[in-house]
Write a protein that binds this ligand. Structure first.
Ligand SMILES: [Zn+2]
Length: 274
């Protein structure tokens, strides 16, 4: 295997990726550990996947960060947790896409499969981020996806009508960007209309999975000080009590599992209907 061209590409891309990561750190979209994780992820994506793969990841990252900075209607401000992403969040978001590209690197004969897994994972995360950021701000009513009971917008496991719309629009944008950048890099080219449904529906179902996991196995705690149900085991400076879910399954684990499922659903839909 020839590593020379890969090393050259990495050396050329590193300064650009470094500048984007540094700017994201300065703009508080990433913590320091998140910025380092983003450089590693960016290098893997650009060196193995090329421009087409990078555009999809970049769009998810930029639009996701912009959506998290959207103003809150009525001036109310709710925190969904710090908006700075740390390395754990970068790994939860970038793990499956990077694994798909490593598959592409190791098995160039599986190019179409690896490309669909990569794009399906990104479509899922973008769908989930968009649904959360938009649904929390503009959702009139949110319900628990499993019990259908009303739930505070922004709580894991909650879904809303506008959130559903966002989680269809986001994968559609990823699909459009892949169409516009087809052939630029190592990802399999956009192959016509039969790639649209697997990506859009795969991303949508992946985001839906995220909500189902958020409503079921994700750890939820009750803060003994303020009485709120929270997703972190510490709140108001005190240990909170586990009231449901699995203690070691937090938001990052749910995101990683959902992106894997979204990727596999996209691939399955391509096999079945492509
Ligand atoms: Zn509290």
């Amino acid at each position: 295997m020839q590593f020379g061209p890969y090393i050259m590409t990495a050396l050329l891309a590193a300064p650009v990726i470094g500048i984007v990561a540094l700017a994201s750190y300065r703009l508080r979209a990433l913590s320091m550990s998140g910025a380092i994780g983003a450089v590693v992820t960016g290098l893997i994506v650009f060196v193995i996947g090329g421009i087409s793969a990078s555009v999809a990841l970049f769009a998810f990252f930029i639009f996701g960060s912009l959506l998290s900075k959207l103003p809150w209607p009525g001036g109310r401000k709710k925190s969904i947790g710090g908006s700075e992403r740390d390395w754990k969040q970068v790994l939860a978001n970038g793990g499956v896409p990077c694994a798909a590209l490593l598959l592409l690197f190791a098995r160039p004969d599986l190019r179409e499969e690896a490309s669909m897994l990569y794009l399906g994972a990104i479509a899922t995360m973008f769908a989930d981020t968009s649904a959360t950021e938009i649904g929390t701000r503009f959702g009139k009513r949110a319900i628990n996806i499993l019990t259908f009971k009303p739930i505070e917008p922004g709580t894991s496991g909650g879904v809303s009508a506008i959130g559903f719309a966002a989680s269809l629009a986001a994968p559609a944008l990823i699909t459009l960007l892949h169409y516009l950048t087809r052939g630029l890099g190592e990802l399999c080219e956009f192959q016509g209309a039969h790639w649209v449904m697997p990506l859009v529906l795969g991303g949508f179902i992946g985001a839906l999975t995220d909500s189902v996991l958020g409503a079921s196995i994700q750890a939820k705690y009750r803060c003994g000080v303020c009485g709120k149900v929270v997703e972190s085991h510490r709140h108001c400076g005190k240990e909170a009590v586990l009231i449901s879910g699995v203690p070691w399954i937090g938001n990052n684990a749910v995101n990683a599992i959902a992106s894997l499922i979204g990727a596999l659903v996209s691939l399955g839909l391509l096999y079945r209907f492509g």
